[in-house]
Unconditional design. Structure first.
Length: 308
């Protein structure tokens, strides 16, 4: 399923990251930008799971990201560090044609964290303080024609805030009950809090192995979740480490449906707080060709720290 803001926001962040919006320590759903150009905007409700009717003077053309609170809801105010559940209607600002409509689908999550605040303060300040049920308009500047690419008009997003909830907690390390693995698997030890993997004497796997080393007590992982993890990976044949978030001293976040099959299949159904040993046959990884040193059968230790 497409996530519209996940597609549009990276470009919007580039446009606004260096912007000069005034600081707002306690935002209360602030409009910003060329808001007068949205004065003609009128919305007509059409019921649940349906985008509102939209009228505005065409063509709409803005030179800077512009956001305006069109209608105020009656629910609780959205708070910083919550996750807003939203529906989005994207329109062509030139002629009003629909580009995408997420209203009939499941709500999209928008995490109102420091990353969003730093990257696009006007978007952050529009949502934080908005009441659940509010409808906001966000106009994104178009792009001039370039070699090999046509000009793109201003896009108009109509966004409805459906609900808001606290962001899931992210652990600093695995938390749960230790599990003794069966014989014949890679050996995992820990040094200064970092797992180390020994594959000496381990046979090539005939099937995927996903063994808990610590059984977490948090929520169960779904195949569609976005995970926050720490991990280390080695090639089974050589025992050589090819990747480690521990070495980078930062966790990794990714959609579980966007990684190798061994991770998707092996981590689905596990629980937050777990440390999982994955022994992955090459056909569920990168094959014989591999990616860099990640060739053939692979072994990972993955600490599941959070989901969303």
């Amino acid at each position: 399923m497409r996530r519209l803001l996940a597609i549009l926001l990276p470009g919007l962040l580039l446009l606004t990251a260096c912007g000069g919006q005034p600081a707002a320590p306690e935002p209360t759903s602030q409009s910003a930008g060329e808001t007068a150009k949205l004065d003609s905007l009128k919305l007509t409700e059409k019921g649940d799971k349906k985008a509102p009717g939209v009228e505005f003077t065409k063509p709409l053309d803005v030179a800077e990201p512009t956001v305006k609170v069109v209608t105020e809801g009656s629910g609780e105010r959205v708070k910083a560090n919550q996750v807003a559940e939203i529906s989005v209607l994207a329109l062509n600002g030139k002629d009003g044609a629909t580009l995408d409509d997420s209203f009939p689908r499941d709500p999209e999550p928008l995490e109102l964290n420091d990353k969003l605040k730093t990257g696009s303060e006007i978007v952050y300040n529009a949502f934080v303080g908005a009441k659940v049920g509010s409808q906001l308009a966000l106009a994104i500047p178009g792009k001039a024609a370039a070699e090999g690419a046509e000009a793109q008009p201003t896009q108009l997003l109509i966004i409805k805030v459906l609900s808001a909830k606290d962001a899931p907690k992210v652990l600093e390390k695995p938390e749960g009950d230790a599990v003794t693995p069966p014989a014949g698997l890679p050996t995992v030890t820990e040094k200064d809090g970092i797992p180390e993997i020994s594959v000496k004497g381990v046979a090539a796997p005939k099937k995927l192995i996903a063994q808990d080393l610590i059984k977490g007590k948090g929520p169960e992982v779904k195949a569609t979740d976005t995970l926050t993890v720490n991990y280390v990976g080695v090639a089974l044949a050589s025992g050589k480490k090819f990747d480690s978030s521990f070495d980078r001293k930062e966790t990794a976040s990714f959609g579980l449906d966007k990684v190798i099959k061994g991770w998707t299949q092996g981590l689905t159904g596990k629980t937050v707080g777990s440390r999982v040993l994955l022994v992955i046959p090459k056909d569920l990884a990168y094959g014989d060709a591999g990616q860099g040193d990640a060739k053939g059968d692979l072994v990972f230790v993955v600490d599941i720290l959070g989901t969303k």
